[in-house]
Design a protein around this ligand. Structure first.
Ligand SMILES: [Zn+2]
Length: 144
């Protein structure tokens, strides 16, 4: 695994697929993708992503937009951290809501039960009224 990571970190000659942000970035000015370039600076090798429009056609086409891979790494890490925090925050809220509803459940259950009893009472009353009406119509038949 360690060796694999090292291989990935070392950009192969012209093989863009080895660069983790290749094809993922687009220039805001000209819409071209950013291409990875290897820069040697102060004895260090760095990967930099450059606007392909600028790289191919020069200043007349687009500005020299570029970004270092480490900057992108940091941004991705920061974003992941933000998402992680947001998720944790949401989870906390959910747990609180769960607790709140769990506390209210017995009260609501009791309320449901009392309403169900009331429904049964009313149904019984309706039945009685209907029976009374039927009795009435039998003893006093409607004239034809
Ligand atoms: Zn551009």
């Amino acid at each position: 695994m360690q060796r694999l990571l090292k291989q990935q970190a070392r950009p192969a000659n012209g093989n863009q697929a080895k660069h983790r942000y290749a094809g993922l970035l687009a220039c805001q000015e000209c819409g071209n993708t950013f291409i990875p370039m290897i820069r040697c600076w102060n004895g260090k090798r760095r990967v930099e992503y450059v606007c392909r429009g600028y790289h191919r056609n020069g200043k007349a086409y687009c500005s020299s937009h570029r970004i270092h891979e480490e900057v992108l790494d940091a941004a991705v890490q920061e974003y992941a951290e933000t998402l992680r925090k947001q998720c944790a925050e949401e989870l906390k809220k959910l747990v609180q809501m769960q607790k709140m509803w769990a506390l209210r459940k017995p009260i609501l259950d009791a309320h449901i039960l009392s309403l169900q009893k009331r429904i049964q009472e009313l149904e019984r009353e309706i039945d009685e009224i209907v029976i009374e009406k039927l009795k009435g119509s039998v003893s006093n038949p409607r004239p034809r």
